[in-house]
Write a protein that binds this ligand. Sequence first.
Ligand code: DLL
Length: 434
Amino acid sequence: MNDLQIKDYVDRQALESLQLSRMQQVMKRVYENVKFYHDAFDAKGVKPEDLKTLADLAKFPCTVKTDLRDHYPFGLLAVPQKEVVRIHASSGTTGKPTVVCYTHNDLTSWAETMARTLIAGGVTENDVVQVGYGYGLFTGGLGAHYGAERLGCSVIPMGGGSTEKQLMLLKDFGSTAVCCTPSFFIHLIEEAEKIGLDFHETKLRRGFFGAEPWTEAMRDFIEQKTGIEAHDIFGLSEVTGPGVSGDCECRCGLHVFEDHYYPEILDPDTGEVLPPGEEGELVFTSLTKEAMPLIRYRTHDISRLNYDKCPCGRTLVRMEKVRRRCDDMLIIRGVNLFPSQVESVLLTIKGTQPQYQLIVTRTKAMDELEIRVEVTPEVFSDQVGALENLRNRISSTIKQIIGLSARITLVEPGSIERSSGKAKRVIDLRNLGK
Ligand code: DLL
């Protein structure tokens, strides 16, 4: 076993004492260096010294996405900015993204946990890993990239999109593993069929799919069509990126790299900690992060934790596959989207009303987003050209600000159903529940 693997099999008592000492240090660091945490701890009447056992974590305040937005961009840094060597960002609830920063050590830990994710799925230094997650502010591309490099694989930094080229390189370079969103991989399968490429005849053996919910039925489909092993990998930018957890050969839950990310399950309504095995909201505390450690970060992802020893021998806790969230964030073709972001865009465009509906469908494997927008009576009675102009403007602004192509349908004033309670902004017709 190499230095990376060994960490997945540690005795749980030793792991828990490591977690406690790391947690005590992180509490002290955020209390001393981040005003937000200093104030939040004081408001709850807790001090870092009150953390005497892991269970004491429940006394500490949680962090939510809007806390990151309220301290945009660098207000939650726990180190001087000159120590930051990388900045990533993901979707915020409105126009501004959620920013995450990394020190040199943070990048080392991230590459390590991503490498462990790949190892759990059977990858070794002999593999050729094609990274089909987007590079850029999104953590998928660079996260998978440096993890595979840390493991000593040959990495192909392909990035997202470019279907034909992906397939060509996969065949010509002999990729043995691929990392991309499950929906994109299904799209690759369909395109391969069209050009007569049979995955069974390529060297591809494994796929590491995540960044969006996917079902066991999709796993079966992928495995049957291609003959590869399809692994689920989970992560989120705020905590680090991909590499927070991943499933092993047993595929019975995703092992959380608990020496870096401490998981809890909370009742999403009351915020109470739920006992092991119960379903609730997944929450993470950073144990090693230096630049922007987060305490009890509420992911809004629904899962449960299983502390039974896995047949693979790893002692790390397993989280159940995430199938849904407890907020209104949608993930469309791997892009995170809050309905409120669409609202913010519409409010900047003259001729529209803040009455809209998002309709999400799945044609074959690809998610499609339609945005129905009510226009003002003046625009509606105007000539066709004005409507067409408006449609183009909305579409390009959405693409520019949110990064998604959407079909825009302009509708008559008053035609979107009004509700007396919460407006029904989203109609999600994809079947992601099973
Ligand atoms: O999606 C990081 C990532 C990249 C994970 C590549 C895996 C692979 P964000 O853009 O911040 O980060 O989105 C995080 O995506 O809270 C979940 O709701 C969802 N998500 C990520 N992985 C999975 C998965 C990246 N395997 C949000 N299953 C998370 C279900 C997932 N949902």
